[in-house]
Design a protein around this ligand. Structure first.
Ligand code: ZN
Length: 434
């Protein structure tokens, strides 16, 4: 079927423009982009979707998601995570390899792609491990993993402690065209910590994780990128010191890119007060000054990407004493409204915000998407910027409900998600169609 997405404000993140356009979708592709009134209907089999007053963006791409399959399907599956992603406006998800077993060989990578194919909702990009079993000792077979469909490597959840192994990982990854994503944490320094080390941890008596445990490793990765001349991507930046280090590295022309997650520009460490385990994350929520630095880093393009670090956990891991609860929160269904808040606050223009959620991660991972142009795959999301709602647990599609934003009023909501010309999600009917 041919579809005309008519009357929306279309965001071009590359050009930094928002223009009223009609988008014609045929055979999975964008076959034409028209100014208002320019399109002339010639065939009868045309479905017109009127999106006047709404925003049309390239399908969002989340480069940091934990889909938990294989091994922890009670928390999330590739299918449930993909559905939650589609509801959040995402058309592509890059899934982290800390599954059980870890994605450290081509059979796991192939399994993930098969499950994504069966789910048939959105694009899933497997990220494989850097080292066997994420133990930091023996490099995985990067060539095999790339051939099986992996687009990047990381030991996320854990750092690669050995600088020598990380150096070789950067070199081999460039050779095999894989993006290296670094989870920056000096575990000797963070050991035993459950929240940010600062005034709140002292006040409520919890062991802290100092900002330096992240920053020391960010500095090391920058040094290794300089040494090797190879690119490195820094995951989930949470501190002002990390932003400053990345800014300096970029000024020197070192090939470093970085992401942060919506919770790091939306919540500070006081969210932990009351021992709320849905505010327990690694890296932890930091201080208001860190939030300010993250926002500046986004505005100045020191931080290239907004990724969710979607980390589903069941009540078994979260309804525990704070010290014992698992780290991590879900994020696929809240990333867009939390980012739209940055637009309303004047931190980012709308195209700049959408770029960090689509074009930038696509280009860092070397995958398709992130632009609306003739001939491109019709991967799109339609946003109602005025839709205000209270996030309710029962509305969350992810299999896990561990969000610190439940009960919060959010504004700006995805209403239609299209992947390859097929509507995989729409807010009106709340089911898959097409
Ligand atoms: Zn991580």
């Amino acid at each position: 079927m041919t579809i005309l997405i008519s009357g929306g404000d279309v965001v071009d993140p590359e050009k930094g423009e928002v223009r009223k356009k009609d988008i014609l979708v045929e055979a999975g592709k964008i076959s034409g982009i028209f100014s208002p009134g320019e399109f002339v209907k010639t065939e009868s089999q045309l479905r017109i979707i009127d999106v006047s007053g709404k925003i049309v963006v390239p399908g969002l791409i989340d480069m940091h998601v934990h889909l938990r399959e294989p091994g922890e399907e009670y928390k999330e599956t590739i299918a449930t995570g993909a559905m939650a992603g589609a509801a959040g406006g995402f058309t592509g998800l890059a899934c982290m390899p800390n599954t059980i077993p870890a994605n450290d060989n081509s059979s796991v990578t192939e399994f993930i792609l098969q499950q994504a194919y069966k789910a048939n909702i959105l694009r899933v990009y497997p990220i494989a491990t850097i080292t066997k079993g994420r133990k930091g000792e023996i490099l995985t077979e990067f060539g095999d993993l790339r051939n099986a469909g992996a687009v990047g490597v990381t030991d996320d959840g854990s750092p690669v402690i050995s600088s020598e192994i990380m150096r070789r990982a950067l070199e081999y990854a460039r050779y095999h065209n894989l993006t290296v994503i670094s989870h920056c944490e000096d575990t000797a320094l963070s050991k035993g910590g459950v929240m940010h080390e600062g005034t709140v941890s002292a006040q409520i008596g919890l062991q802290g994780i100092p900002s330096e445990s992240e920053e020391i490793m960010v500095e090391r990765e920058i040094s290794l990128a300089r040494l090797t001349g190879c690119p490195v991507h820094i995951a989930h930046v949470s501190t002002s010191g990390s932003v400053e280090a990345i800014r300096r590295a970029k000024e020197k022309g070192i090939q470093v890119t970085a992401e942060t997650a919506p919770h790091y520009f939306s919540l500070d460490h006081s969210a932990v007060i009351g021992y709320n385990t849905n505010a327990k994350i690694n890296p932890p929520l930091r201080t208001p000054d860190d939030i300010q630095a993250i926002r500046e880093g986004l505005a100045e393009d020191v931080i290239d990407v907004i990724a969710t670090d979607h980390a589903p956990h069941s009540p078994l891991e979260k309804n525990l004493e704070f010290d014992k609860a698992a780290f991590g929160i879900i994020g696929l269904e809240t990333a867009l409204p939390l980012t739209m808040a940055l637009v309303r606050d004047g931190v980012l223009s709308l195209p700049a915000a959408i770029k960090k959620l689509s074009h930038a991660p696509a280009s860092i991972l070397g995958v398709c998407g992130g632009c609306i142009e003739k001939g491109a795959s019709a991967d799109l999301a339609v946003i109602d910027p005025e839709w205000e709602y209270v996030l309710k647990e029962e509305d969350i599609l992810s299999r896990s409900k561990n969000s610190p934003f439940i009960g919060r009023t959010l504004k700006g909501r995805n209403i239609i998600t299209m992947v390859e010309g097929r509507i995989v999600w729409s807010r009106d009917t709340e089911h898959i169609s097409g």
